[in-house]
Design a protein. Sequence first.
Length: 301
Amino acid sequence: MGFGPEEAVFLVGMARSGVSFSRVATIGRQACVLTESELQASFREFGGELTLSDASGLLHEQDGFAEPLFRRLGATEIVSIDASEYEGCSAVHDMNEPVPTEMHARFSVVIDGGSLEHVFGFPQAIENCMRLVAPSGHLLSISPANNEMGHGFYQFSPELYFRLLSPENGFLVESMFLAETGWQTRWFQVSDPAVAGRRARVHNHGSTYLFVRARRISEIPTRLATPQQSDYESRWRQARSSAIRSPTPRRTNAGFMGRVPWRLRRRAHRAAMGLKSRYDPRSFRRIQPVDLARTEPAGTA
């Protein structure tokens, strides 16, 4: 588990936008897996200065783990939580099980830097993260979203975090971003599917990660509200408001393509999709890294 160039840009951007790093909890002890110049660039994106010697010190102090970076961002307390001591974490706990109550509401920021996809009991693990956050504190999540099958147990969608980190559960998603890695990282701001009125779907070729910033706005209920996918909730509401529900009309193909056998149409569609990446502009808006520090509502695009 570690922070690369994209993760460093996200963390520095969150610090510049007002997230307090005074009391930090990380899920898993995180290492820094980037070069001095990449770390310098992450600070430079937001108008900060970091000398080469300072960058080298941050990356090599404490055997390359991320505690020096957190202290640079303002941390006075840093706790790393892991199921094993093999990387020298400061608290051993299996995230499949509830965290001790004495750790509840203790941290100004809780960071999942790519750990929860490795925990089988994700509902309990994300609930643990939420309960660790102090009132008005933040949960920062970095997780695989596309083209990382086999990396962990799971890949995650924007819909999951928008529905789970909701006011009903004591949280508000302030911003959400998607980063497609490759020769050049492309950043997108993600809209709430419930606001966009459509699913936030991506077809691309590169490894893609979801970056979430959510703030705790109220008390967390004893039992979290179970999230439902927003487009299904909308359909159910419409069905309840109608005395008789009409079946969804079967889609037909007109013109020349309508006469092409469906197997050939499917193969042509797959071939076309393999030639390009697709990001719906109503769900994903291309941004620059500096835009990560802006605090406009996450539902807008």
